[in-house]
Design a protein around this ligand. Structure first.
Ligand code: CP
Ligand code: NVA
Length: 323
């Protein structure tokens, strides 16, 4: 397996990496909003930041990020907080009890207040509309840290991870098995931009959003839907799954456990994929449901590389949007 790595010494010799002007001081709500050169820049910058973190340690000195959470988090909270502090800035966590987005205070007032005090907002929300509304009324960049429709920072970190492990993205095949959810949508938009083929296996009624699928296809995305997990994974470079019940869908958990049972990623499905296939998951995982322990703990699993890369890609995002 080829591993792409920029070593710190070689990094000094690398040519400058000019930021596309369109990335400065803008929002990151959907992966669909980013052009291929913008995504390419973020991936390259993340590799450089990962190789030489010390070079960037004063880049965002004096900048402040508010992290607004309507839902729980481990990775998103820690990687944004650690990420901005490694760049010289500071993060402030605001949990669901504090702000009451749209309840204690109108979303637009929250956006307008925060715009007077800090340099950016990262928001994890139930409804995608909330993050759109925040962005509409904020004069500072708003970053989507997960909504019910998308998880763009996750997908960018995942493509960084796949790039490192496979050496290139164009022409790679990513198989998605399970729920056509927020993570699947962002991966699908990213796949269309990056020339990654996507094979998606879901039970009936759990396909990705129809208009998101049409949009990805319109933009040249090679996306194929199937009901058959074995067909989706055959020959894939990576097999990706996520929880069957996303945050906010807890009432449906029992039904979903039944519906998704044939979509478990286990040793048999990984055999059907072939020896080249890596295993991916955004985490948190429900071990024994969507993935078995032997798969997630196997050498083919790159889930902790994905988790680590959330840090590096988000540092690149913060640098691109705020510096
Ligand atoms: N993958 C991810 O976003 O994890 P958290 O929910 O823990 O932030
Ligand atoms: N689809 C999951 C992703 C968690 C990072 C959820 O929305 O809960």
């Amino acid at each position: 397996m080829r591993k792409l790595k920029i070593v710190p010494d070689a990094e000094k010799e690398l040519p400058p990496l000019p930021r596309p002007a369109t990335l400065a001081h803008r929002h990151l709500i959907s992966l669909h909003d980013l052009t291929p050169p913008e995504i390419d820049f973020l991936l390259k910058l993340a590799l450089r930041v990962k190789a030489s973190p010390a070079r960037y340690r004063h880049a965002l000195e004096g900048k402040a990020l508010v992290m607004l959470f309507e839902k729980p988090s481990l990775r998103t909270r820690v990687t944004f907080e650690v990420g901005i502090s490694q760049l010289g800035g500071r993060a402030f966590y605001l949990g669901p009890q504090e702000v009451g987005l749209g309840k204690r205070e109108a979303v637009k007032d929250v956006a307008r207040n925060l715009s007077r005090w800090v340099d950016a907002v990262m928001a994890r929300v139930f409804s995608h509309q909330t993050v759109i509304e925040l962005a509409e009324h904020a004069s500072i960049p708003v970053i989507n840290g997960l909504s019910d429709f998308e998880h763009p920072c996750q997908a960018l970190g995942d493509y960084l991870t796949l790039l490192e492990h496979k050496g290139m993205l164009a022409g790679a095949t990513l198989a998605w098995v399970g729920d056509g959810n927020n993570v699947a949508h962002s991966l699908m938009y990213g796949a269309a931009r990056l020339g990654v083929r996507m094979r998606i296996a879901t039970p009936p009624g759990y396909e990705p959003d129809r208009s998101a699928l049409a949009e990805a296809k319109r933009e040249g995305g090679d996306v194929e839907l199937t009901r058959d997990p074995a067909q989706a994974v055959a020959g894939a470079d990576a097999v990706y799954t996520d929880v069957w019940t996303s945050m906010g869908q807890e009432d449906e958990a029992e039904t979903r456990k039944q519906v998704f049972r044939p979509y478990q990623v286990n040793a048999q499905l990984m055999r059907a994929a072939g020896p080249q296939a890596l295993f991916m998951h955004c985490l948190p995982a429900h071990r024994g449901e969507e993935v078995t322990n032997d798969v997630i703990d196997s050498p083919r699993s790159i889930v902790y590389d994905q988790a680590e890369n959330r840090l590096h890609i988000q540092k690149a995002i913060l640098l691109a949007l705020l510096s």
